[in-house]
Design a binder for this molecule. Structure first.
Ligand code: MF3
Ligand code: CO
Length: 255
């Protein structure tokens, strides 16, 4: 069963997502050479608190593991779920993926973005721009009457036609009163397959794309997903509401 949000729930989702977007914006602005990822995490913690929200990542449990950070900061070959560390300093040429998931008044907003720091190589720029545009393409398929597979297929064809690889171990997801609701939204799949999409669904769509091969492994910390071949990865995510008039991106910061 995929939850359909009523008008009250949609309004709460708009609020939560606007906060998530604003926090992400503010953290991303701090990503410059010389900053360490612990300071980024602490800034995220502060911005979330100032918004009257809480981090949905902090103390998030997966099996017997508890996530210690407040946001996720993943550098270069780190795909997702990187944990801020005093020993990890950002340098020019890095790509940094920031993922912010907040809870506000019982509703979750989830979004992520990868930024390029200073001078990056042409292939890294291609990776980041393709991942960003793959998300835009995917969102255009979040339509009443469509299928989950339409989104998956759109991402896969977009990314693979540009010579890059789709991460398969992690997927997008429904989002609402909890961080992960039905349906799962893989970034590869077949058009016309999977669950039917309906107005009132709120979906976190999140392509994760590798410059090299698609395989990822989880590091010794139990959280950080890294590419097996050590090449860089990018991640963009929006929470999207399906309406009768098309997709509405909820995680766009309003000034
Ligand atoms: N956006 C990530 C997800 O949907 C956030 C995970 S929070 C963490 O899975 F606790 F796992 F870091
Ligand atoms: Co997500």
């Amino acid at each position: 069963m995929i939850p359909i949000k009523n008008s009250y729930e949609v309004e709460q989702m708009r609020r939560a997502c606007r906060i998530a977007a604003r926090v992400l914006d503010r953290v991303v602005n701090l990503v410059v050479p010389g900053v360490n990822t612990y300071d980024l995490d602490q800034a995220g913690k502060r911005y979330i608190r100032e918004s009257g929200a809480t981090s949905a990542c902090h103390n998030f449990q997966n099996g017997n593991r508890i996530y210690p950070g407040y946001i996720c900061v993943s550098v270069n070959d780190e795909v997702v779920h990187g944990i801020g560390s005093l020993r990890r300093t950002i340098r020019s040429g890095d790509v940094v993926s920031v993922d912010v998931v907040i809870s506000y008044n019982g509703f979750i907003g989830d979004n992520a973005r990868t930024v390029m720091v200073g001078e990056v190589s042409a292939e890294v720029r291609h990776l980041v721009e393709t991942t960003r545009d793959a998300l835009g393409c995917a969102i255009s398929f979040a339509r009443d009457g469509g299928r989950v597979g339409d989104i998956s297929h759109a991402v896969q064809t977009f990314v693979e036609s540009r010579g890059l690889s789709i991460v398969r171990e992690f997927v997008g997801h429904g989002v609402g009163r909890s961080m992960h609701e039905a349906p799962q939204i893989p970034n590869h799949g077949r058009k016309g397959k999977g669950d039917r999409l309906r107005a009132g669904m709120t979906l976190a769509i999140e392509p994760m794309v590798n410059l090299g091969k698609h395989e990822v492994i989880v590091a010794d910390d139990g959280w950080t997903a890294v590419t097996l071949d050590g090449k860089p990865s990018a991640h963009f995510e929006h929470t999207v509401l399906i309406t009768k008039n098309g997709p509405e991106i909820l995680t766009l910061p309003k000034k």
